[in-house]
Write a protein that binds this ligand. Structure first.
Ligand SMILES: [Zn+2]
Length: 461
């Protein structure tokens, strides 16, 4: 028994080094022949490529490390290299080699003479594994894109565009089928065009735009479009701006008036240590600007359908107390303290008069709005909207569809108002314009309806 155990242990002792060497050998093979493929991440992943674009590629290999990376772009011909990198083998089992690489490359379709249509961006990465005949594990990442470097085409179809400073205009144009966004551009304001009959297949768009009263008189208007690949076109069109002088108005601020105005606003909006004139200026500048910006934002997604019909109604038996574009200078103790433009028309009748919807549309705002007090905004479609400020009560709700002439509220003095009146504002894509034009059936016929019937005929053809 003892003899046989001795024999067994001797055998184990003799075999042990061999077993250990065998295990080490297996571990060695498994290490150098590891089968884990390198990882790769490419950003961005655009669907279209129109201009020189910088891409970022992050590749990694935790085991044997990165051997090389090659990025190329392929269309019908041979692949064109964009990035090529070989990494050194350093240290035992490449422990000190490159395991993560974060690099950039630029793809300029024009410089590379790429043709319009599909292109395949290919990233190939090898690691230092001995697999695949010593070439290493291979990862191939492909990203298919469409090369489109041709800007959309855009042609004005309507001819006469006579616009009053502070007034509105309508242009009809045709754009190519891959257009994503288009309209009239003035400075950084884009008046968005909408497809005629809400049908983009006609390629015909109509765009209501304005020549805002607060831009320099020689500011240029452009037609502008952008396609699905982000190619842009900006071109001039025929128009004529009729310059207009706006009324000047002086407003004297007494201490009694300041007190009455300030107490009609919630005290929490002011800095407690401010004097009354500072509080007033906060309302007249900051709050006014905030409210103007809000209205512009509010009107950015109008209904694409024409909801209005015929001229807008002017409040019945009402006197005009202030006109559009009035340049107001504010005096306090004989010093000029502020200047502001009046961006609507003030209409006054007897106190607490009913207010009618000036045209058919959908209510998009119905609550308190800073200097305008209780306010209603109605969307008339395709970028046209009206606002009704300083109301004492509101009789409609957001999303309610309103017919021309419906009673929507009662006049009052809420907000920054002296005396009971209606502040009536007309907005083209959120930009305040002179409402007088939209009350005038002749102006609408000559500047709007004639163009709409022209495009109607073009669509029928
Ligand atoms: Zn007003």
């Amino acid at each position: 028994m003892k003899k046989s155990r001795n024999k067994k242990s001797r055998l184990i002792i003799t075999l042990l080094p061999t077993v250990i060497i065998f295990i080490i050998f297996i571990w060695f093979l498994m290490t150098i022949f590891e089968g884990k493929k390198p990882l790769a991440k490419l950003t961005p992943l655009p669907e279209y490529i129109s201009k020189s674009t910088t891409f970022n590629v992050v590749i990694s290999d935790v085991k044997m490390g990165l051997r090389d990376v090659k990025v190329s772009i392929k269309q019908d011909g041979p692949a064109v290299p964009l990035l090529k990198k070989n990494f050194p083998y350093t240290g035992l089992f490449n422990k000190k080699g490159v395991h993560i690489f974060d690099g950039e490359f630029t793809l300029n379709p024009k410089q590379l003479n790429l043709v319009q249509g599909q292109a395949n961006l290919i990233i190939e990465i090898h690691d230092f594994s001995k697999r695949r005949g010593g070439d290493g594990n291979l990862t191939i990442l492909e990203h298919k894109m469409t090369v489109d470097t041709i800007p959309p085409s855009m042609t004005a179809l309507s001819r006469s565009h006579n616009i009053n400073r502070g007034g509105s205009g309508l242009i009809i144009y045709r754009v190519s089928a891959d257009t994503r966004e288009s309209g009239v551009l003035i400075n950084d304001i884009l008046f968005q065009g909408v497809p005629f009959n809400n049908d983009p297949h006609t390629g015909m768009y109509l765009c209501y735009f304005a020549f805002p009263c607060n831009v320099k008189k020689d500011t240029a208007l452009y037609l502008w479009a952008k396609d699905v690949a982000d190619n842009e076109i900006k071109k001039s069109f025929h128009y004529h701006i009729r310059q207009k002088r706006f009324r000047k108005d002086n407003i004297r601020l007494s201490d009694r008036l300041l007190d009455a105005i300030i107490t009609s606003f919630p005290p929490t909006i002011f800095k407690p240590d401010d004097s009354n004139i500072e509080k007033y200026l906060f309302i007249n500048r900051m709050l006014r600007k905030e409210n103007t910006d809000f209205l512009q934002e509010l009107c950015q997604s109008p209904s694409n359908e024409k909801l209005w019909d015929g001229p807008w109604l002017r409040m019945k038996k009402a006197a005009t107390m202030a006109t559009f574009g009035d340049e107001r200078t504010y005096y306090y103790k004989n010093n000029v303290v502020d200047r502001q433009l009046h961006l609507g028309i003030d209409l006054a009748s007897f106190a607490r008069s009913p207010v009618q919807a000036a045209n058919t549309g959908r209510v998009i705002f119905a609550k308190d709005l800073g200097i305008y007090g209780l306010t209603i905004v109605i969307d008339h479609g395709q970028g046209l909207a009206t606002m009704y400020g300083h109301l004492s009560s509101i009789d409609v709700a957001v999303d309610q569809v309103i017919n021309k002439g419906d009673i929507i509220g009662i006049t009052g003095t809420t907000g920054l108002a002296i005396g009971d009146h209606l502040h009536f504002g007309f907005l083209v894509h959120g930009v305040p314009v002179n409402p007088v034009e939209w009350w005038d059936a002749h102006w609408i016929k000559d500047n709007i309806l004639k163009k709409l019937s022209m495009v109607e005929k073009l669509v029928e053809k």
